[in-house]
Design a protein around this ligand. Structure first.
Ligand code: ATP
Ligand code: NI
Length: 334
């Protein structure tokens, strides 16, 4: 693994403009990913995770979506300024995307083998028969017997379809895979198998992965680093070890608390009180302050800055900026 930054998102702002309101979906977001690294992007529904991933490939529907500012540097090139042709080249060769529903990517009227072969054919400019040969190997790589080459998507289970999508997404040897809840629709056992497959492939092909999920367990299984997203912002980021062993942001602390423990009964769960703020009318100051048990007056007025707490662990919270102290929080995150 090298330290070279493959992807660097700087100050990204994305809005959805409808007739009478503006949804502030992604707000001043900074995020970077090294070659070969996998980063989990975690947050509640509506946090802006999908919008972030879609904007990397400029797949946010416009209208209503508008990227109002920012830079998305991929190998140093700003994708937000890139021409359509270049983006198409990037999409087919360097970055691929996996969605929750495999049928977003699969065509019901072609056999799964031919769909994979098509990607290989376009990417490698080899002969059709070579592409078919490689597609059959690719099926085996993702754990599907090559005898099933000629079958159609509807003949496969959800987990098997998602394996086909994974085969298609790695067929062009991408440097980066954006996976938006790739296993959410699958049942738990199958989910574990698909995640293990993604893990193996990531190591084998040294692919970087941006994995969007609600599930911190999935992050622990697959990712090197994790970013916690709230109301369109990253509020905490670090290695999985840093964040899981020592969550710092009150929101992250709440997220971990709301995970059912094996030895805990469901009625002992402590979900975070309150709701995500209305994205058309975000609160001033820290966007988490209305729900934060530790908020002080400053939090209601001023935006905290991203502050390095230790190692590569960064958090956006006044208490950890060291400017203000909350003894309660200090107790809690000790
Ligand atoms: N096409 C759209 N038009 C208007 N608002 C949208 C559109 N797409 C998304 N939004 C809004 O943008 C915000 C961010 O949505 P996004 O889908 O990025 O969140 P998410 O974190 O991926 O959520 P989920 O976990 O539910 O997938 C939400 O408030 C959502 O309602
Ligand atoms: Ni989403």
């Amino acid at each position: 693994m090298t330290d070279r930054k493959l992807l660097e998102i700087r100050n990204l702002n994305v809005e959805y403009r409808t007739d009478d309101e503006i949804v502030y979906a992604v707000n001043s977001l900074d995020l970077s990913l090294n070659s070969g690294e996998s980063l989990g992007l975690v947050g509640e529904t509506g946090a802006g995770k999908s919008t972030t991933a879609l904007s990397i490939l400029q797949l946010v529907a416009d209208p209503p979506g508008k990227t109002t500012s920012g830079e998305i540097l991929f190998e140093g090139e700003d994708l937000l300024k890139a021409k359509k042709d270049f983006l198409r080249h990037i999409r087919g060769n360097k970055i691929s995307m996996i969605f929750q529903d495999p049928m977003t990517s699969l065509n019901p009227v072609y056999s799964v083998g031919d769909q994979i072969a098509e990607v290989i054919y376009l990417h490698e400019k080899c002969s059709k028969s070579e592409a078919q040969q490689k597609a059959a190997e690719m099926l085996e790589t993702v754990g599907i017997p090559k005898e099933r080459y000629d079958e159609y998507p509807h003949q496969f289970s959800g987990g098997m379809k998602q394996r086909v999508v994974i085969a298609m997404s790695i067929a062009c040897s991408p440097q980066l895979i954006l996976a938006d809840e790739p296993t959410t629709a699958l049942d738990v056992t199958i989910q574990a198998q698909v995640l293990e497959l993604m893990n193996d492939l990531k190591v084998k092909f040294n692919t970087s992965l941006l994995l969007i999920t609600h599930d911190l367990g999935v992050v622990a299984q697959v990712c090197d680093r994790v970013a916690i997203m709230y109301a369109g912002e990253i509020v905490e980021i670090g290695t999985v070890e840093e964040v899981f062993e020592n969550p710092k942001h009150p929101y992250t602390v709440g997220l971990f608390r709301s995970i059912p423990q094996l030895d805990e009964k469901v009625d002992r769960l402590k979900p975070i009180k309150g709701q995500m703020p209305d994205p058309t009318n975000l609160p001033s100051g820290c966007k988490f302050h209305p729900r934060c048990p530790h908020a002080i007056e400053a939090c209601t007025k001023i935006q905290p800055a991203m502050t390095n707490v230790k190692g590569t662990h960064i958090v956006k919270c006044f208490i950890h900026e060291g400017k203000f102290e909350s003894t309660e929080l200090m107790e809690e995150v000790k």
